[in-house]
Design a binder for this molecule. Structure first.
Ligand code: MG
Length: 399
């Protein structure tokens, strides 16, 4: 008998849990499949989507015996390899099919591993349909948190992001009114310690060479600019109902502590573990249980010293912009995210410099007249507008 018997949350979940993985061929998607492979007795993969990686989609559908497959990019909806989907597996094509997959009647849990604003509607539909939403698509919360959070029942919205999973775990059994602040840890990214002058010459290849975590290219660049950390501040603010300025960013180079909660009485509770995304992914699927680890364990006797430092918002302007967008609220985070998607992609293809990313995002934010968030359609319109502003700013920096 545990002393927490009465206070620990015990959301009941169906076993095996019938899982849909949106974005199954990306970094989070393939690591989710790995967790499902290890716990095949508890997790049943029934639906899978990919953007255009039809080969990976077919191979996963065959391995797991999925009954639904979706190709989000119409141009790949009739790739010959799709003929090899397993018998009885239903194929759907196009963006709108993703949102339908999130609400399928024979799905209990949706893993939203879509990249960027494209994943927002699917997350929204999953919650609306009463599914457990394990989300790695932080844009759903950052941009559309005002619409999604009211739909989230206790135990139904679980973060996959390692920092938010850590806070979620540290808060288990606690009252949010007793939280003093959240300490969001940050590896510092590949350019930690550089000056503005040095950052002006940083390239995408450098940033992509040494990520601490195994991640996709877009988020690796967001980690280098600290925009990712800024997004995570906004995400924590929505998810845990804490003021933007009570979410503190803490540079912790070893990536052993995944985040901490400081309570009213001065106690701080942290979650530690390997830098392996499969652990928070698995926790989102096993919650409120804990299953055997998919990862190597850490021998803490051999762990190096844990160090802490301040995040430099003056050098890494994206972090400052994200906080500003969070304080403003409303539709401003939508502009932040959309302009950043344009700038991030431009930097990756060598069309602008590292510091231009924050210039482009800042330009779009300055031009925006903030509104109260009222619908997904409104957000989609503002997203488009912000991309237009970002392209305009990009043309200016290239001229
Ligand atoms: Mg993270």
């Amino acid at each position: 008998m545990s002393i927490f018997e009465d206070t620990a949350p015990r959301a009941t979940r169906r076993r095996p849990l019938r899982v849909a993985i949106l974005g199954c061929s990306g970094s989070i998607g393939t690591q989710t499949l790995d967790v499902c492979r290890k716990h095949a007795d508890k997790l049943d993969v029934v639906a899978l989507s990919a953007y255009r990686s039809t080969e990976a989609l077919v191979s996963a559908a065959r391995e797991f015996g999925a009954t639904h497959a979706c190709v989000a990019d119409d141009r790949h909806g009739s790739d010959p390899v799709l003929d090899e989907l397993p018998a009885g597996c239903e194929l759907s094509v196009g963006r709108s099919a993703l949102a339908e997959m999130a609400a399928l009647p024979d799905v209990d849990c949706v893993v939203n591993a879509l990249v960027g604003a494209a994943g927002i509607r699917a997350g929204y539909e999953a919650l609306r349909a009463g599914k457990v939403l394990a989300y790695a698509n932080k844009e759903s919360i950052i941009v559309a948190g005002d619409l999604l959070m009211p739909l989230a029942q206790p135990g139904m919205l679980i973060p996959v992001d390692s920092e938010h999973s850590a806070i979620f775990q540290a808060l288990t059994g606690a009252r949010t009114t007793e939280v003093y602040k959240l300490w969001l840890t940050c590896s510092g990214g590949p350019f930690y310690g550089r000056t503005r002058e040095q950052l002006a010459h940083a390239t995408a290849a450098e940033a992509l060479a040494h990520p601490t975590w195994l991640m996709g290219d877009k988020i690796t660049i967001d980690s280098a600019t600290l925009m990712n950390k800024g997004f995570e501040v906004l995400e924590a603010h929505h998810l845990f109902e804490v003021d933007i300025d009570d979410v503190e960013v803490l540079v912790h180079r070893q990536s052993r502590i995944h985040s901490m909660v400081e309570f009213a009485d001065g106690s701080t509770i942290a979650q530690l573990g390997p830098s392996d995304m499969r652990i928070p992914i698995q926790y989102a699927l096993s919650y409120p249980e804990r299953w055997d680890t998919p990862s190597e364990r850490i021998d803490w006797r051999e762990a190096s010293a844990l160090t802490f430092g301040d995040a430099d918002e003056q050098t890494f302007g994206c972090l400052r912009l994200a906080r500003e967008a969070g304080r403003t609220g409303g539709t401003m985070p939508c502009v932040l995210n959309a302009a950043n998607e344009v700038a991030n992609a431009a930097f990756r293809r060598g069309a602008c410099g590292f510091l231009d990313i924050e210039r482009i995002v800042g330009f779009a934010m300055e031009a925006h007249e903030v509104q109260v968030v009222s619908s997904l359609e409104q957000l989609e319109e503002i997203d488009l507008w912000a991309r237009g502003m970002a392209y305009q700013a990009l043309a200016d920096v290239m001229a």
